[in-house]
Structure formats: C-alpha cells, structure tokens
Design a protein around this ligand. Structure first.
Ligand code: 13P
Length: 304
C-alpha cells in the first residue's frame, strides 16, 4: 500500500542507482507520463533510445516500441514494465507473410511501419512512422512500394506520392471505430475548433477532418496554433499531454472509441517493479536485430 508519492520517490532514487532512463509514448497513462524522463511519438522515441547514454532504458509503450529501442541500442538493457502490452496492428503482419509478398513482387521495396515486430522489420527495406511515412516512401528509388501493415496509413501515403503503394490489410483497432457522424456532431458543438486526426483513421474520417498528423505533429500544432480549442482524433492518452503542456487551451477527444487498452497496461507501480528487478527484459536474436537495424537505420538516414 505504498502511496503514489512514495512510489514516485522510489522510482527517482532507483533510476539513479541503476543508471536508467524512462521513456514513455504519448498514449501512456498520465501518471506514467509524469514519471518519464522523455515523452514522445514513435519517431522521437526511436531517436532518443539511440542517443541517450544511460545503460538501462525503461520503455513505457507497447512491445514493438521497446523492441525497436533494443534493435537500435543493443548495448543497453531495455526493459518493458509490462510484457503483455502488445499491438494488434503489429500482429497483423508475420515474417512468413512478408516473405510471401516479396516473392510476388521481387523488385519492390518493403516499407514497414514501426508498428511491426523486429522479425518483420528484418524482412523489410526501410521503416517509417506516421510522422515520416510520406518522406520515407518518396525517398525510395522505385516506382512502387509494398507498405505494411496499416492500410489506412498506406491510403494516406498514396495521396502524397506518385508511386504505386501496394497496401496490406492491417488496421489499428483503436483508430477505426470512429464514425463520420461523430465528426458531424462535434462540428455542431465546436464549429470553430479544428479537428485533428491520426493517419491510422479510415479514409472517410481523414477526408472529413481538418488536419491529418501523428501524435508528435499534434503536440507541435497545439503549441503553435492561435486556436484555443481543438478536437483530437487519436488515442486519449495524448489529450493528457496536450492539456498539461497547454493549460490555457481546451482539448476534446473526437470519440470515446480512441482508447488502446494495451497502452494502459503499464502503471507507476510496474515501472518501480521493473526498476527493482530489471525485468522483463527485451531480447532480440542478433541475426534478426542486425537486419531490423538496417531497416530502422535506413529510416533515420532518409529523414535526417
Ligand atoms: P505516433 O507515431 O503518431 O506516435 O503513433 C504511434 C502509434 O502507434 C499510433 O497507433
């Protein structure tokens, strides 16, 4: 029955003792974001994992994110406080399936969204995140690309490239439940407020919204805009960060369906537990890691 304050204090002390840094994704619980040293989008987390010099990374996010950190920073111990925090979208592409499609299109590069396992990244030419998917695709010297696993991000990319985008059939269960009726209703209540949606949302949602951007883009937009009220169309955890950073502005979630239970699995108590035990630790077979590293590194190089 340790109090919240006591948990926070123990986390701060232990972090120093074991030379750890706590990274958290924008969708994490507010109390987890509070204990983190760095909170960011998928791309910022990749870069930060590689740049920090602590020997331990406590990664508060879903499994593929922590795995990506391990791929980029193999010399560090990467710990995920809850090993069950998965990503259904990442599970929609297996390495066997990628090998099959490569046989069908042997000349076509595979662009893997970071929401994939290390094994799938290892079968891919280059990775991307929502913030750089268009630039990554356009950086490739090929008339077509295989884009996986998110069909809605593929649809978004195809609007901004002349290349043929061969999509996969994956989707994020937390971003596809929103309806155009919810957009219409929200507009009635807040006619002046821009509606920002994540590119993982379905086509008709993106067509009806005002802006399409990843979570990092939304953080920047909220900071810089003159608007005092915004409607947020992505996982609800981001709204906590936006409110914290912009206390004079109002943020409303476009739909209660923007909720990812996997992103809510990690708690401060679990962070403390993982700091005490330095477990569960992320392991990636070296052969897979080296290939997955190439794909992630190609992304970092293409978007410098
Ligand atoms: P961002 O790259 O926008 O943070 O998105 C992460 C994600 O997994 C969306 O579902």
């Amino acid at each position: 029955n340790t109090s919240q304050e006591e948990v926070l204090k123990q986390i701060r002390d232990l972090k120093k003792q074991v030379d750890a840094i706590i990274l958290a994704h924008n969708y994490q619980l507010p109390q987890v974001q509070k204990v983190a040293d760095f909170v960011g989008d998928s791309f910022e987390l990749c870069k930060t994992a590689r740049e920090v010099d602590s020997s331990v990374i406590i990664f508060c996010g879903v499994h593929f994110m922590a795995e990506g950190a391990k791929v980029l920073a193999p010399e560090k111990q990467v710990i995920i406080p809850d090993n069950n925090a998965g990503c259904p979208l990442a599970d929609m592409a297996s390495p066997e399936q990628v090998r099959e499609i490569k046989k069908e299109f042997p000349e076509t590069p595979v662009v893997a969204y970071v929401n994939t396992s290390a094994e799938v990244k290892a079968e891919s030419h280059i990775c991307c995140t929502s913030s750089n998917a268009v630039d990554v695709v356009n950086s490739l010297d090929s008339d077509s690309v295989i884009f996986l696993p998110d069909q809605n991000l593929a649809d978004y990319v195809s609007k901004y490239t002349d290349k043929q985008v061969i999509p996969w059939n994956g989707y994020c269960i937390s971003h596809v439940r929103v309806s155009t009726e919810e957009i219409e209703e929200t507009r009635k209540y807040y006619p002046e407020a821009p509606i920002l949606v994540h590119p993982e949302c379905p086509h008709e949602i993106k067509e009806t919204a005002d802006y399409i951007m990843g979570t990092g883009g939304m953080v920047k937009f909220a900071r810089e805009t003159e608007h005092s009220t915004m409607i947020i169309g992505t996982e609800e955890g981001l709204v906590h960060r936006l409110k914290r950073e912009n206390p004079a502005k109002n943020f409303y979630l476009l739909s209660p369906s923007f909720f990812c239970s996997n992103m809510k699995k990690i708690t401060p108590q679990e962070v403390l537990h993982s700091l005490k035990n330095l477990a569960p630790e992320i392991e990636v077979a070296e052969e897979t890691r080296v290939k997955a590293y190439q794909a992630l590194n190609n992304m970092l190089r293409a978007t410098q």
